[in-house]
Design a binder for this molecule. Structure first.
Ligand code: BGC
Ligand code: NOJ
Length: 815
């Protein structure tokens, strides 16, 4: 069953009924000011950091699940009937409803009692504000007297403090109202140099800034007293819960349309110019006012919206493809790329499943996000790499997370996740392949943000590799530390007390438990390091990378191979995890993917054997399971993985992040049918038809789909913020469609389904447009390249002479 449909022309998903199985959300803003918005206008906004600069309030885990947002109430003044044009929060039925989520904007249209309402929400590029454009049309044959009420609830900035220290916050809230603008200035009197504003284009007949006055006591957002009575209270918040609500009264003639604009924003003043007059406590509005005026002007707004549209045109044009499969086209050309932008911006901080309070930017998360994002805005990827590297520790280890506002490592979680630093090597080499910007390796970057500790980025990468070699265990495999990629395989934790953090509790000295996954990742990273060092002509480093990779491979075959697949780890007792010897958790997906991506078993039949084991034991129609058999009990020596009921999350769920590793491995063995078949199993668009089972948004990936041991097999959870976005993008664009940057040019080596007769693609790479046509001339995936009509050896299109604008590539595949 579907709850809407795609429109690939407009790059929108149309939701046609408001009660989707879960809130289906979108993101506004892609630079500094961000918002989450659901299909019923729920959600919130923040400036840069969802914890430290939360602008509007949102209560997670609420009843109903999505409550609080960017609400508008309409009231028929003739009879007092009121409704929400976004259906929520009033939930009165609408005669028509449609929500279109697009690239950086959301548009909700509805009709009730012959009043048509349309609201378009977006964040203009370069601004720290969001615009809501409301237009109302009277479809009646008589005059309509309508009251419009806006409503948002301000958060008192630090979302953690807002939720926990509310006794203080009940006394700190402060606002100002001037004309049609409501200013939220809590804590501005003391250390904050920022305030929020909520402006309206129309003269007001009233306003409210005190939540209780607007809602009435004992009432919720679904039935505000002020809307019921049809008149605002003109309340001024003194503490308690400041809100912003404008009241506009309209007299609409038959067929008349009126536009009302609301602007919600964040503004900073220089510390010495906070007040006007200087000795007062009144906000200095000199720089904010012109900005507000600008975005209350419809012409300016349309120009800003067009600019946003053009921006996305540009970003998406970097990789466009036309294949025989609509789900591939749609995800590659639109939604998967879009999700990669969102994961790049948010890491795992703020979604409808991540509170924005607990996690900042994850080290391994953000480094992997870069893999799917770098081609869109390489300069931002560059900055992110340098920010991440600055949180690396002198030992080569890394803080697991950092706060986006301060860019400092997060001490609560600390370090010791032993895979973290290796991902940095992959991110940097991917960045250089995309851009050819070798200078990044010379950038001086500190360790742990300490002044004086700066070293060229190249040295950071060397230390990343060194960190693994400095932490080897009894089998000479890398020690796992707190956890590797699988945060829930906690082999040194041994936690028996409820409430202890699996991520930070370490009851063992960590000298025994080892990770086969990190060994595979190490080889992959060492290979990248080798090519970086070779380019720089650093022979010693080339040799060191080669030798350590070869040694690691030997160790892997000796202690990491289980006979028909790669093992996962060794626990604190030195026993294997992910082996035939185990009663449960015999085979894990991660080492099969990473080891084959590192090249293991490709020159003999062992990669094939491991992949056949995956197919036989882990593959389901809904995707590939993380491991099997699921853990049926909680095991002290395995940690959080066994805390989940079988089939959920890391305990044998379909953890979508890992599936593309198998797709890539299949492509490396040349099986395009299997690779693409796995691709489609978790492709959100392909799952749209089973939305009632999948439940999450059909336009973005979710972290997890319940595995076959779960009663709800096929149900997705935790949409949007997952490494799934970047890795699926990499798997389909670089390994199945086979178009991937390399240091010496654009490589094109498709491994596509046998039924495909070909495809065409446009890839903009280092400023040149590659116009690519692939045609099948026989079976198999061996390919022959013709550049501007001339045959070339190998699979790499060499970098063209400077000044070249377009390169035409024809690829013949099959024999
Ligand atoms: C989740 C993991 C997550 C970890 C880190 C666990 O509870 O299951 O997916 O990576 O927390 O916060
Ligand atoms: C989610 C985390 O964000 C990611 O870093 C981790 O690799 C996966 N969970 C698997 O545990």
């Amino acid at each position: 069953m579907r709850y809407g449909h795609f429109d690939d022309e407009t790059r929108e998903y149309f939701i046609t009924q408001p009660d989707t199985p879960l809130p289906w959300i979108n993101y506004l803003g892609c630079e500094e000011y961000f918002g989450l918005i659901s299909n019923t206008a729920g959600g919130y906004s923040f400036f840069r950091d969802a914890r430290l600069r939360r602008i509007t309030r949102y209560r997670y885990n609420n009843v109903p699940m999505d409550m609080g947002g960017r609400y508008i109430y309409l009231r028929n003044n003739a009879n007092g009937y009121s409704w929400s044009p976004s259906w929520m929060p009033v939930r009165r039925s609408l005669d028509f409803y449609e929500c279109r989520h697009g690239m950086g904007y959301t548009k909700i249209t509805s009709t009730s009692h012959e009043i048509m309402s349309q609201v378009r929400y977006f964040v203009p590029l370069g601004e720290r504000l969001e615009v809501w454009e409301l237009s109302l049309t009277n479809q009646r044959s008589t005059v309509a007297n309508i009251s419009v009420f806006s409503a948002i609830e301000f958060a008192l900035w630090d979302a953690w403090d807002d939720a926990t220290n509310f006794q203080r916050n009940f006394s700190t809230g402060e606002v100002e109202v001037e004309g049609s603008v409501i200013y939220h200035k809590t804590e501005y009197r003391e250390r904050r140099d920022h305030f929020a504003f909520f402006a309206c284009s129309e003269p007001l007949v009233g306003f409210d800034t005190q939540r209780e006055a607007f809602l009435g006591s004992y009432r919720g957002w679904d039935s505000p007293l002020v809307v019921e009575q049809g008149q605002s209270e003109n309340s001024i918040a003194h503490g308690w819960q400041p809100i912003g609500s404008h009241h506009i009264s309209l007299r609409l003639h038959p067929s008349e349309t009126r536009q009302i604009i609301f602007v919600l924003g964040y503004h900073e003043n220089p510390r010495d110019q906070k007040f006007d007059p200087p000795d007062s406590q009144t906000i200095n509005k000199r720089t904010a006012s012109p900005l507000i005026a600008r975005y209350l002007d419809p012409a300016q707004i349309q120009a800003a919206f067009d600019a946003l549209h053009d921006y996305w045109d540009g970003l998406l044009s970097v990789y466009q493809v036309h294949t025989p499969d609509e789900h591939t086209n749609r995800m590659v050309n639109i939604w998967n790329a879009y999700q990669c932008m969102i994961t790049f911006n948010m890491s795992r901080s703020a979604s409808y499943y991540e509170s924005g309070i607990g996690r900042g930017m994850g080290f391994r998360d953000s480094t992997q996000d870069i893999l799917g994002f770098v081609h869109m805005v390489p300069e931002r990827a560059r900055q992110r790499i340098l920010d991440l590297a600055a949180t690396q520790l002198g030992s080569g280890g890394a803080y697991h997370q950092y706060q986006p506002l301060t860019k400092r490592g997060n001490n609560d979680v600390g370090s010791g996740f032993n895979d973290d630093p290796l991902w940095l090597v992959l991110a940097v080499s991917t960045y250089i392949k995309e851009t050819g910007d070798w200078e990044i390796l010379d950038e001086k970057v500190p360790y742990d943000n300490q002044v004086g500790s700066e070293e060229p980025l190249y040295g950071h990468l060397q230390r990343s590799l060194r960190y693994t070699i400095d932490h080897l265990g009894p089998h000479k495999l890398p020690l796992i530390g707190r956890a590797d990629w699988n945060d829930c395989l906690n082999l040194n934790c041994f936690s028996s007390e409820p409430g202890q953090s699996f991520q930070t509790t370490t009851s063992k000295d960590g000298k025994v438990a080892e990770s086969v996954f990190i060994a595979g990742l190490y080889i992959l990273a060492a290979q990248e390091m080798e090519s970086l060092a070779r380019h720089l002509d650093r022979q010693t480093d080339v040799l060191a990378a080669l030798e350590t990779a070869v040694d690691m491979e030997d160790v892997l075959w000796q202690s990491g191979w289980d006979g028909a697949w790669f093992r996962r780890a060794y626990d604190d007792f030195g026993n294997p995890v992910g082996s035939q010897e185990c009663a449960e958790g015999q085979i894990f997906i991660e080492p099969q993917g990473i080891c084959i991506m590192a090249g293991l078993g490709l020159n003999n039949h062992l990669a094939r054997l491991a992949l056949d084991s995956v197919k036989e034991r882990l593959a389901t129609p809904h995707g590939i399971l993380l491991q099997q058999p699921a853990y049926s009990h909680y095991y002290l020596h395995l940690g959080e993985i066994s805390s989940y009921p079988p089939g959920y999350k890391e305990n044998a769920g379909i953890f979508c992040h890992t599936n593309p590793w198998i797709m890539i491995a299949e492509a490396l063995t040349g099986d395009g049918d299997q690779a693409h078949n796995y691709y489609l199993r978790i492709n959100p668009s392909a799952r749209e038809a089973i939305s009632e089972l999948h439940r999450c948004e059909p336009y973005v990936y979710a972290q997890m789909i319940a595995g076959r041991d779960a009663p709800t097999h096929g149900e997705a959870k935790n949409s949007w913020l997952s490494g799934t976005a970047a890795w699926n993008y990499v798997a389909i664009t670089q390994w199945i469609l086979g178009i991937r940057p390399s240091h010496s040019g654009l490589e094109i080596a498709p491994v596509i389904p046998s039924s495909w007769q070909g495809f065409s693609a446009q890839r903009i790479f280092r400023g040149v447009i590659y116009d690519i046509t692939v045609e099948r001339i026989g079976s198999g995936n061996s390919s022959h390249l013709f550049i501007d009509g001339q045959p070339v050896e190998g699979s790499i299109v060499p970098l063209p002479t400077p000044g070249t604008k377009v390169v035409k590539v024809r690829v013949q595949i099959g024999k």
